[in-house]
Design a protein around this ligand. Structure first.
Ligand code: NDP
Length: 264
């Protein structure tokens, strides 16, 4: 027997802090969709079985958050091109043919926040991305799709980017902090000259307890310092559109969340 309303949710571990139930609850109400959305704490070793159980029980779609985004690639039957490129998924959709599709809406969410909400131009601008973890994998291709003049990816480890010491002293137009440093109050070792009076600094982390990078950027004299709450709301809107075929408005839920968690 199918459940009374279509069921959605987010799988993470831990997941109690997730704002996704609030965001999707507002989206559902605003668009008049009959659906439920819950947070599920799922241990890494039970990801595959819990996904099968969720969809077997009539679930329609899932968001996937830390630490499951990479492992979830293995539990879906089909991947979108952008999820395959990122080798990470944050959205599962049960299609009409009962195939579970994996997608990644993080990059689209970031691009939408940068270009539409903040009105920034990335094309032909100098872009610096800090960190080379899972989030960078999701956002890199969509950002490069905007055709920046130059894109430098800096990481402490040896990856496909450069070490922080090689970032150089010419100011960037946009610096995206995709490290998790702010979560522990740290600031990546960015050369001071990378920030100028025209530079916009964007931290993927958000909330009162993750202000280190934003404060550092403001003290360095940047034009604007923002946290990634807009990306969170926009990636959720893109997931919602995939599930329900309607794109919810995001302005009010973003403003409400900003106030609630003291984000900039
Ligand atoms: P990962 O753990 O996969 O990657 C973290 C990256 O940060 C690694 O490259 C790591 O380098 C680097 N790093 C950690 N600490 C430092 C430091 N002190 N100095 C320099 N580099 C450091 O995390 P994710 O990529 O999944 O997430 C990154 C951030 O993005 C988090 O803050 C997360 O909350 C946020 N995020 C926000 C989203 C949104 O919607 N706004 C969506 C997804 C993520 P190394 O490997 O060398 O240690």
């Amino acid at each position: 027997m199918s459940p009374a309303v279509d069921q959605y949710g987010v799988f993470g571990h831990p997941v109690g802090h997730s704002f996704s139930p609030f965001i999707h609850g507002v989206f559902a109400r605003d668009t008049g969709q009959q659906m439920s959305y819950r947070a599920y704490d799922v241990e890494p070793q039970e990801l595959g079985s819990r996904v099968q159980e969720f969809f077997g029980g009539g679930g329609r779609g899932l968001n996937i958050t830390l630490p499951h985004k990479v492992a979830a690639v293995e539990v879906v039957q089909e991947l979108t091109a952008r999820a395959a490129h990122a080798a990470a998924v944050n959205t599962l959709v049960l299609q009409d043919d009962n195939i579970i599709l994996g997608d990644n809406t993080d990059g689209a969410g970031l691009v939408r926040d940068l270009c539409d909400n903040l009105g920034l131009v990335v094309t032909q601008r100098r872009l610096l991305i800090l960190g080379a973890g899972g989030a960078t994998r999701g956002v890199l291709a969509p950002l490069l799709g905007l055709q920046p003049a130059i894109a430098v990816i800096a990481d402490l480890g040896v990856t496909q980017g450069v070490g922080f010491a090689y970032v150089g002293d010419t100011p960037f137009d946009l610096i995206i902090n995709a490290t998790s440093a702010s979560l522990s109050g740290d600031i990546p070792p960015i050369p001071a000259g990378a920030v100028g009076p025209e530079t916009v600094c964007y931290d993927l982390a958000y909330g009162r307890s993750a202000m280190a990078f934003v404060r550092w950027a403001q003290q360095s004299g940047c034009a604007l310092a923002v946290q990634g709450l807009g990306m969170l709301v926009e990636q959720a809107a893109e997931s919602f559109r995939l599930w329900r075929g309607v794109r919810p408005a995001t302005v009010e839920v973003l403003a409400a969340l900003k106030q609630r968690i003291g984000s900039v």
